[in-house]
Design a protein around this ligand. Structure first.
Ligand code: PLP
Length: 360
C-alpha cells in the first residue's frame, strides 16, 4: 500500500512536478516571531524596501482584479529596457523557480539528461528526476568551484545544462569570460540555463551578465529574481531572458496569472537604486564580519560572491545547537561536512558569532 507520503510523491511525479518547498526546510518554526534569526534561506534581511512597500500598499486597492495585459507588458518592457533586450525576450514567473520549472517542462523528461554541478541549487535537478530524466552531477573542484573542464567533457550527453552563477551553496563564481565561453560553446549543441539569482551581489554586476549571450543570439536562458538583492522573496517574482521563440515557449507553461502586489513591488524595486546599493554594501560588510569570525575560529570558508558563506563545519554539528538559541542555519542539507550561513544584519551576525564561539 502507498503511504500518504509516497502517494503525494508519486502524484507529484505523475504530474511531472517536484516541490522546492523552502517552507519545509527548517521544520516547524514560528518564523513570524521576531526572535528567530533566519540564516538558512538566503533571504535579504533588509527588504522589502520602503518604495516596494509603498507600491504594494498603493496596489492593494485593485486586489480584487486580475493583472491585465497592459500592466504585464509594461513590466516586461521595463525589464527589457533594464536588460537591453526586447519585450519578447522576457518571460515572467512566480520567482525564478517558475522559470526553472518552465525549462524542466520544455527540455526534460524520460530519455533526457540534465547536466549540472554538484553541489548546486537543486531545484531543477529535483524537477528533472521527478520527470524521469537522468541527472548528471559534476562535483565541484576541491576549491569548491564548478569544474568547467569536466562539464565540457560530459556535455555531449546533455539535453539541458544548468549553471548557477554565482553558485549556491558554494558562493564561488567563475570569471565572466570563462562563464560566457563555456555557456556559448555548449549552447551550440543544447540549451544552457544560467541562473543568476545572486549576480547583483557581485562587483560590478550587470556588465558581466550572460544576458549578453542571449543578445548575440545564443541558445542561453538567463534567470534573475526579485527574491535576493531586492528583498522580495515572499512576494514571488522572477524572470527569464532568452531568445524570443524560447521565451514564448517557456511562457506557455505559466501556471497562473501573476500576483499583482508582487509585480507592483518588483517594478518599484527595479527603480530603487539606493536600496540595491545599500543592500549590496551591507551584505558585503556582513560577509567580512563572517570571514573574521571564521578566521578567529579556524573554520575554513570560501570567499563568497553571493549573500551567504559556505564553510567547512566538519563534525561540529552547529545547526541543532544554534536552533536551541533560535538561530537557523541549514541542517543536514549538504554533504562532506560543508554548510552555509546566510548573511544577516550586523546584529544577527553578532548573535550568530557569540553562539558559535560558545560552541567552538
Ligand atoms: N536560484 C537560486 C540559485 C536560488 O538560490 C534560489 C533560491 O534560493 C532560486 C533560484 C529561487 O528563487 P526564487 O524562486 O525565489 O526566485
Amino acid at each position: 500500500m502507498l503511504s500518504r507520503r509516497n502517494l503525494i510523491k508519486s502524484s507529484a511525479i505523475a504530474l511531472g512536478v517536484a516541490s522546492l518547498d523552502l517552507t519545509a526546510l527548517a521544520g516547524p518554526v514560528a518564523r513570524t516571531s521576531s526572535s528567530w534569526i533566519e540564516l538558512d534561506r538566503n533571504e535579504n534581511p533588509y527588504g522589502p524596501s520602503p518604495a516596494a512597500r509603498k507600491a504594494m500598499i498603493d496596489r492593494i486597492e485593485r486586489g480584487n482584479r486580475y493583472l491585465d495585459a497592459d500592466e504585464l507588458n509594461a513590466f516586461r518592457d521595463k525589464i527589457a529596457n533594464f536588460e537591453g533586450v526586447t519585450r519578447d525576450h522576457v518571460v515572467l514567473g512566480a520567482g525564478s523557480s517558475e522559470i526553472l520549472w518552465m525549462a524542466a517542462q520544455e527540455y526534460l523528461g524520460e530519455g533526457k539528461t540534465l547536466l549540472q554541478g554538484d553541489p548546486t541549487f537543486e531545484l531543477i535537478g529535483r524537477l528533472a528526476e521527478a520527470k524521469g530524466s537522468r541527472v548528471e552531477r559534476i562535483a565541484v573542484t576541491p576549491e569548491q568551484e564548478d569544474d568547467f573542464d569536466a562539464i565540457r567533457k560530459a556535455a555531449a550527453r546533455a539535453s539541458l545544462v544548468y549553471f548557477n552563477w554565482p553558485n549556491n551553496p558554494c558562493g564561488s563564481m567563475a570569471p565572466a569570460a570563462a562563464m560566457k565561453g563555456i555557456a556559448k560553446d555548449l549552447a551550440n549543441r543544447c540549451p544552457v540555463f544560467v541562473d543568476e539569482a545572486y549576480l547583483e551581489f557581485v562587483d560590478p554586476s550587470l556588465e558581466s551578465s550572460t544576458v549578453s549571450l542571449v543578445k548575440e543570439g545564443a541558445n542561453v536562458i538567463v534567470a534573475r529574481t526579485f527574491s535576493k538583492i531586492h528583498g522580495l522573496a515572499g512576494m514571488r517574482m522572477g524572470y527569464g531572458v532568452a531568445r524570443p521563440e524560447v521565451a514564448r515557449r517557456l511562457g506557455s507553461y505559466r501556471f497562473s496569472v501573476l500576483n499583482s502586489l508582487a509585480l507592483a513591488a518588483s517594478s518599484a524595486a527595479l527603480d530603487d537604486q539606493e536600496f540595491i546599493a545599500s543592500s549590496h554594501r551591507r551584505i558585503k560588510e556582513g560577509k567580512t564580519a563572517i570571514y573574521r569570525l571564521f578566521d578567529d575560529l579556524g573554520v575554513r570558508y570560501i570567499p563568497s560572491s553571493a549573500s551567504f558563506v559556505w564553510f567547512h563545519e566538519g563534525d561540529r554539528n552547529w545547526a541543532p545547537r544554534l536552533r536551541e538559541r533560535q538561530i537557523l542555519i541549514p541542517s543536514g542539507r549538504f554533504s562532506g561536512g560543508w554548510n552555509r550561513v546566510t548573511v544577516g544584519t550586523a546584529e544577527e551576525i553578532a548573535r550568530f558569532g557569540e553562539a558559535v564561539r560558545s560552541l567552538a
